[in-house]
Ligand binder design. Structure first.
Ligand SMILES: [Zn+2]
Length: 382
C-alpha cells in the first residue's frame, strides 16, 4: 500500500517511479523530459533531419566500400527500425549492405515473413545465422535462474557477436544501426537492469552459465566488451552509424511506407517479432517486477510529438497481453525451454536478491586509458 502512495508519474511523459532513480523538477517533469528539451531536441534538429551531414556520411560509406561487394553491415531483426533502415539504405540511398538475420529459434512466423518480403523486393541476399537451439535453451534457462530482469542477454549477445564477426570477416568499415531518437529516445531505465552485467561481455555471460548449471556452449559465438567497444571501433576503425537520426520520419510513416512497399505486417508492440521477447516484455517484466516497457516506448512518442500523453495513458490502462494470451505464451515458453510450467513459475517467484557475476569491464576501461596516454584520445572521444 505504501508503495502505491509513493507512485509518481511525470506530468509530461509517462515515465514513473517504477524507475526508482527517476527525479522530477518542481513542475513534476522528469529528468528525461528535461534532458530531451535542453539537449537532445537541438541535436535532433527538431526532427527535421540533417540532410547535408547525411550526404557526406553516405559518400564516405560508399567510398569505403569501393571495389568490395558490400559497403556496410546491417542486422535485420524484422522489427520496425531495422526494416525501415534497410528500406532507406537500399532503395533511397543506394548502399550495398551485407544483411544478416539471427535466428535464435524464437522468431515468430510474421517476423520471418517480413524479413523475407523486404529482402526479396529489395533484391538483397539475406544471410541467416541459425543458432544452435540447445545452446540457446540452456543459456536462457541459466538466465532465468539469475532472477534479474536482463533475461534476453543470450539473444542480445548473439546479435552483437555477429556484428563483430562480420565486420572483421568482410573488412567492412560501417555498421548501420537502427537506433533512433524518434522512437527510442526514452531508453529503458538502467535501474530496471539491477543485478545484470554488460550484455556485450563474454566473461559475464560465461559466469552466469557457470553459476547456474555449468552448461558449456557448443556452437555459440561470443564477443568481448574489449573487442566490441574498443578493438573494432578504435583500432580497426569500424564505425557504427545511426542513420535514422539524419532523416525526418514518424513511426506512423515508417509503418505505412513498409506496408505499402513490402506488404509489411506491423507488430502490436515493439520487440513483439520474437516469441521470447514478447513473453519477457509483455508478461514477465510487468508481472514480476512492475516494469512496463511500454512506458519508455510511449514516452518517446509523446515527447517527440507523435502521440499525446492521454493517448499513451489510454494504451497503458490495458495490459500488454491479455490473461489468455499470457497463459498461452507461458505454456509455449515452458515447452520450448523443455521445463514444466511449475518450474518456469518458480523462477517468476524467485527473491529479488541478486548474486554478483564476473565481468571484464576493467579491461575495456584500461584500454581506453592507455590510448588516451598514447595520444590517440581524439578517436576515443568520437
Ligand atoms: Zn518525463
Amino acid at each position: 500500500m505504501q508503495r502505491n502512495n509513493e507512485h509518481k508519474m511525470c506530468t509530461r511523459c509517462v515515465m514513473d517511479t517504477s524507475d526508482k532513480i527517476l527525479k522530477f523538477d518542481e513542475n513534476g517533469v522528469c529528468t528525461r523530459c528535461n534532458e530531451f528539451e535542453h539537449r537532445i531536441v537541438k541535436e535532433w534538429n527538431y526532427g527535421k533531419g540533417h540532410e547535408k551531414e547525411l550526404k557526406k556520411l553516405l559518400d564516405e560509406i560508399k567510398k569505403s566500400g569501393k571495389g568490395k561487394k558490400y559497403d556496410c553491415i546491417l542486422g535485420l531483426s524484422g522489427g520496425l527500425d531495422s526494416s525501415y533502415l534497410l528500406h532507406l539504405a537500399v532503395k533511397e540511398w543506394g548502399l550495398r549492405p551485407f544483411v544478416f538475420h539471427v535466428d535464435a529459434g524464437w522468431n515468430l512466423p510474421v517476423a520471418e515473413k517480413n524479413v523475407k518480403r523486404l529482402c526479396e523486393k529489395l533484391n538483397v541476399d539475406l544471410h541467416i545465422e541459425k543458432m544452435d537451439f540447445e545452446d540457446m535453451r540452456q543459456m536462457q534457462l541459466a538466465f532465468f535462474k539469475t532472477g534479474h530482469a536482463g533475461l534476453d542477454a543470450p539473444q542480445d549477445h548473439a546479435f552483437i557477436a555477429q556484428v563483430d564477426k562480420w565486420s572483421e570477416k568482410l573488412g567492412v568499415k560501417y555498421i548501420l544501426n537502427g537506433y533512433n531518437i524518434c522512437t527510442e529516445i526514452v531508453a529503458n531505465p538502467a535501474s530496471w537492469n539491477e543485478g545484470a552485467g554488460p550484455t556485450a561481455d563474454k566473461t559475464y555471460i560465461k559466469d552466469v552459465l557457470k553459476k547456474h548449471g555449468g552448461y558449456k556452449t557448443k556452437n555459440y559465438i561470443y564477443t568481448t566488451g574489449f573487442k566490441h567497444k574498443f578493438w573494432l571501433p578504435y583500432v580497426k576503425g569500424v564505425k557504427t552509424v545511426n542513420l535514422l537520426n539524419y532523416v525526418p520520419f514518424t513511426k506512423k510513416e515508417m509503418i505505412s511506407t513498409l506496408e505499402k512497399e513490402y506488404g509489411y505486417e506491423a507488430y502490436k508492440q515493439k520487440h513483439f517479432e520474437d516469441l521470447l521477447t514478447k513473453f519477457l516484455e509483455g508478461y514477465w517484466l510487468p508481472t514480476r517486477f512492475g516494469y512496463d516497457i511500454r512506458k519508455a516506448q510511449l514516452s518517446s512518442l509523446v515527447i517527440t510529438g507523435q502521440m499525446t500523453r492521454e493517448e499513451a495513458l489510454e494504451i497503458l490502462a490495458k495490459p500488454s497481453l491479455s490473461e489468455e494470451e499470457s497463459k498461452e505464451l507461458f505454456a509455449i515458453v515452458a515447452n520450448k525451454l523443455q521445463i514444466s510450467e511449475e518450474e518456469l513459475m518458480s523462477y517468476h517467484s524467485l527473491p529479488k536478491k541478486y548474486i554478483k557475476y564476473r565481468n571484464n569491464n576493467w579491461a575495456f576501461q584500461l584500454g581506453i586509458k592507455l590510448y588516451t596516454i598514447l595520444g590517440l584520445d581524439k578517436r576515443i572521444r568520437q
